[in-house]
Design a binder for this molecule. Structure first.
Ligand code: FMN
Length: 321
């Protein structure tokens, strides 16, 4: 599983349509799905298929990039049971979320709150490891801690000791939220504390950030979330840089057909009242790098009609052509 660039799991932001678009643009070696919440009981197969429709095509995007499902929960038995179910459905690996800062998730003892309990982390990963066939890896994603870094290394060691094959680390505590900077120097400390590969994550927004996070952390693999949403060709640019080739940044005109494709995929999946929000959300991220996305965003901000928005997008393209 030695892939270089991993598209981060992002619930409510990176779903199957965006995974499809971003992996077709290129430079992404693997995706992790949005979290699938496990409470008590077996997951509904329909919800697994809805969250990870790639599960119907051998857990790969259209361009063949593997998608690993992510589970979130705190009950070792039910997490194990549902991980085994994912394996039966052909999942190539199962990732566990120990980083989610959401209040409702944490109240139910899921996500980042477990970073205060390294023993619980150990029990969860061990139960999932035991429930999965030997050839299916269990991986974990953590933050540096809940309120501070006093237990970072204990948590990472517990995950590795219990059988996590890789650990992705978002270099912030739960209390840090998304406040910059991410503490990349901690990634090196985690890497030195465990024998399994550590995946560096947090605030990589361009090729220079990628080079720096690799250098500071010493990690081979880098997970990128918002940076890829805001700069869809970031993975491709990194790949070209690694091959010693110069990358031409994707222009707004080149990006537009992808926006149209994305929006039509979204419309085939969600109700009309939800579709405009999804497009505006992506435009909001793209505006960080494309002033034209901000202009379009401002123009369609109040547009709630899915059809009108589609027409508006088509005319934007016609105007740019
Ligand atoms: C909207 C949003 C949703 C997220 N959902 C998940 C999730 O489902 N599972 C998870 O492990 N992390 C989730 N994360 C955290 C990201 O995977 C990642 O760790 C974080 O955004 C930092 O990386 P970045 O700076 O490259 O975006 C989410 C982050 C955002 C902004």
């Amino acid at each position: 599983m030695n892939h270089g660039i991993i598209l981060a799991p992002m619930e409510g932001l990176v779903d199957a349509p965006l995974r499809d678009i971003l992996t077709r643009i290129g430079g992404i070696d693997r995706c992790v799905s949005e979290f699938i919440r496990v409470t008590e009981g077996q997951l509904n197969i329909g919800s697994i298929r809805r969250i990870v429709p790639e599960s119907l095509q051998d857990w790969k995007t259209a361009t063949g990039v593997p998608v690993h499902p992510q589970l979130l929960g705190s009950d070792p038995r039910w997490l194990g049971h549902n991980a085994a179910l994912l394996a039966e459905l052909g999942a190539p690996a199962v990732d566990l979320n120990f980083g989610c800062p959401a209040k409702t998730v944490n109240r139910h003892r899921g996500g980042a709150t477990l970073l205060r309990e390294p023993d619980t982390l150990y029990h969860i990963v061990a139960a999932v490891r035991a429930a999965l066939p030997a050839q299916i890896p269990v991986t974990a994603k953590m933050r540096l801690g809940y309120s501070d870094t006093s237990q970072t290394l204990d948590c990472a060691s517990a995950l590795a000791a219990a059988g996590a094959a890789e650990i992705a680390v978002h270099a912030r505590t739960k209390m840090d939220g998304y406040k910059p900077p991410a503490h990349w120097e901690w990634l090196a400390r985690v890497r030195e504390a465990v024998k399994v590969p550590v995946i560096a994550n947090g605030d990589v927004t361009d090729v220079a950030d990628y080079q720096r996070i690799r250098q500071v952390s010493g990690c081979q693999q880098v997970m990128i979330g918002r940076g890829l949403v805001a700069r869809p060709d970031l993975g491709r640019s990194i790949q070209l840089m690694q091959q010693g080739a110069a990358a031409q940044a994707m222009t707004w005109a080149e990006l537009q057909p992808w926006l149209v494709d994305f929006y039509s995929q979204v419309r085939s999946r969600v109700a009309d009242r939800h579709a405009p929000g999804r497009l505006k959300q992506w435009l909001g991220f793209l505006a960080r790098n494309y002033p034209e996305a901000q202009v379009l965003f401002d123009q369609v901000r109040r547009q709630t009609c899915a059809d009108t928005l589609q027409t508006r997008l088509a005319s934007e393209i016609a105007a740019a052509a």
